[in-house]
Write a protein that binds this ligand. Sequence first.
Ligand code: NAP
Length: 282
Amino acid sequence: MTLHAGIFGYPIRHSISPAMHNAAFGSAEIDAVYEAWETAPDRLAAGVAALRDGSFLGANVTVPHKQAVMEHLDDIDSLATRIGAVNTIVNQNGRLLGSNTDALGFINSLKNEAGVNVSGLNVVLIGAGGAARAAAYALVDERVGELTIANRTVERAESLATELRKTGAETVSYGISDPDLLSACERADLIVNSTSVGMLHGPAEGESPIPASAISPGCVVYDMVYNPSRTPLLTDAEKSGARIVGGLPMLVHQGAAAWTRWTGREAPVEVMFEAAREALGL
Ligand code: NAP
C-alpha cells in the first residue's frame, strides 16, 4: 500500500515541502507520497479527520492553520502546547498527535549548520508570531543567556516576554523602532529575524527589520526568511563582518524532524537539502 503525507496550508501552491519529503521517501525506498493540500479554513476539520485512515503517515501544517488545527487533534505534546502551535501531525493507529518541529529545526540548524550552541548567549529575537514563539521556547529550553524580544506590535513582544519570565527566563521586550533595541543588537551574540520582513512577494520585500549600523562584526545573524536566500538583513550583516545563517537550514531540519516522526527512521538530511535547493532554483 502506498502511504500518504502532505501539508495543509492556504495558499500552499509554492511550498517546497513536497519536493523535500518525496526526495527523502525515494532515497529511503519508502513507498509514500507527500502532497500539498490547499485547504481553506472551513475545510480544515474534514482534511484533518481524513488523516486517521491507515494509509496516512501524518501531515505538516502551515499558515494560517497552525493554531486552528489544535482543536482537531487527540493529543498535543508539551512543547507544541507551550508554543501554542502545531506544525506536524502523526497518525498513531488512528489517533492524531500534534507536535511542533519548528523549534527543533531552529536549534538543529544553528548547531549543525553554523556550529552555534545558544546556551548562555545574549540573543535578540525579532518578531512575536508563531515562528518567533517556537524559537523563543527553543532558546529558553537550551538555557540561552539574556533574551531580548522586539516586535512591530510591542504588546505581542511584551506578552511573550512575560510568559517566558514565568519559566525563569531573563527576558526583556521592545518595539521594533525603540532606540534601546539598537544597543541590545550591538551587544548581542546572536540576532534572529523571525518576522516576514524581507520575504519575497511579502509586504516588506527588500526591507530589513533593523538598521545595518546595529550589527556588530562578532555577531551571528540568522534570518528565518528563506526566499530570497540572501535577504537585505543578511546582506547588511555580511557587510558588517557578522556570520550569517539563512532560513533554508531551519526549513530542512524542521522537515527532517517531521519525517523521522512519521517513519521512525533517521531522515536523509543531505538529500532533503539538495531537493529544497533545487526546488528554490538555488
Ligand atoms: P506570523 O505568525 O504571521 O508572524 C509574523 C511576524 O512578522 C509578526 O511578528 C509580525 O509583527 C511581523 N511582521 C509582519 N510584517 C511586518 C512588517 N512590515 N514590519 C515589521 N514586522 C512585521 O508568521 P510566522 O509563522 O511567525 O512566520 C514569520 C516568518 O518566518 C515568515 O517569513 C516565515 O516564512 C518564516 N518562517 C520560516 C521557517 C523556516 O523553516 N525557515 C519556519 C517558520 C516561519 P506584528 O505582530 O506586529 O504583526
